[in-house]
Write a protein that binds this ligand. Sequence first.
Ligand SMILES: Cc1cc2nc3c(=O)[nH]c(=O)nc-3n(C[C@H](O)[C@H](O)[C@H](O)COP(=O)(O)OP(=O)(O)OC[C@H]3O[C@@H](n4cnc5c(N)ncnc54)[C@H](O)[C@@H]3O)c2cc1C
Length: 420
Amino acid sequence: MTQESTSQRHFQVAIVGGGAAGIAVAARLLKKRPNLSVGIIEPSGHHYYQPGWTLVGGGIFSANETRREQRRCIPVGAQWLRERAQSFEPEHNRLRLAGGGRVGYDMLVVCPGLQLDWHRVEGLEEALGTGGVTSNYRFDLAPYTWECIQAYRGGPALFTQPAMPIKCAGAPQKILYLAADYWRQAGVEADLRFCVQGGAMFGIPLFAEALEQVARGYGAAIDYGNDLVAVDPGRKVASFARADGERVERPYELLHVVPPQSAPEFIKASPLAGAAGWVDVDRQTLQHTRFANIFALGDVTGTPNAKTAAAVRQQAPVVVANLLGAMAGKALRARYDGYGACPLTTARGRVMLAEFAYDGVVTPSFPGDPTRERRSYWYLKKLVFPSLYWDVMLQGYVVRWPRHRPLGTAAAARPAAGAR
Ligand SMILES: Cc1cc2nc3c(=O)[nH]c(=O)nc-3n(C[C@H](O)[C@H](O)[C@H](O)COP(=O)(O)OP(=O)(O)OC[C@H]3O[C@@H](n4cnc5c(N)ncnc54)[C@H](O)[C@@H]3O)c2cc1C
């Protein structure tokens, strides 16, 4: 691995974003073609295991367990440009960097993740990190979530979920359950409320119904069609826009916020974007619909799968196979089926493992009722998945086990509010 300063460069494969997707693709490409010139454009000095932030907020992991130095993650043989990509010129096979340089490429992989739109909730940015207002969606705030949970002695505890799509659609309610379980064990009487912009607990009805039971089991009120629009930390009041057009104010003692999310601005403004701003790729081959030498994966795509690291694990080998096929002038044979997974921490020591593919098809890896909360899945979440991430996916390996098997759509007819 080398770190390059900004200059005019050319790579056979340029990768925008060195998060879960960028590193997984780079590592796999170099496993298959060690002599390929691969450049990773990534501004951050650290790499984050974001799925661990739920467990940081729940007091199970320390924040540092979810962070590594980026230089340790960049695969051997790849060149790291510690820069921010700013704009694309796909007709000239090059892109521009925020520092002024240009990067030329034969093939481009676009995976800068998504953008957290904190600013779209009035007063939120100033409120975060003090007075009981927190979010597991930021590395620096997840430990504060745990502080707030421990300090809570009663009063309204609000947990919010914005409009879809968001990354890890289950994360807004996972922390509700971990907090509720902790308070129950500690004998603290909690006043719990889950405020959801959409009309269901999750995008797949089978899991939505099971999760509603979990929430009700903790005595949590569920407000569907309630979108957080403002926070007033002085009065400790959160304001919600309701589906019927009314605005409702709710006092809080603890407020866990999941912010609205969208495609990064430089993607929205680029020729790579589709109508909703996300990168426009074929949902199976992950090749751009207009530029044949561009592929995208991860949270930035407009494909209708759940935005998860589990999806990236399935997408990365598809992108690598098809990109190498395209370079060799061959047909694209690899297909992504829309797989995504969400390990829903329903208590400390219990997880419901939601796995599904495109069009709401439920695809469990293990036999039995997929809505059952299991201790064994807790160990998957706590021990196996982090290792699968750092030691397998980011090293360019592909796990063939467990294989998910389609169970059918399991009444997928309701409007999506969880996975999309
Ligand atoms: C609280 C939380 C809980 C989650 N739980 C789970 C879970 O249980 N299971 C699961 O599978 N997934 C979970 N996820 C989702 C998962 O982390 C993401 O889906 C995954 O990280 C997406 O990978 P990505 O590479 O697309 O984006 P990221 O991993 O976010 O990486 C994007 C990278 O692009 C870089 N970048 C941004 N802008 C630019 C630019 N202009 N130029 C160059 N680089 C740029 C960023 O610095 C970053 O390194 C969770 C996420 C959160 C926040």
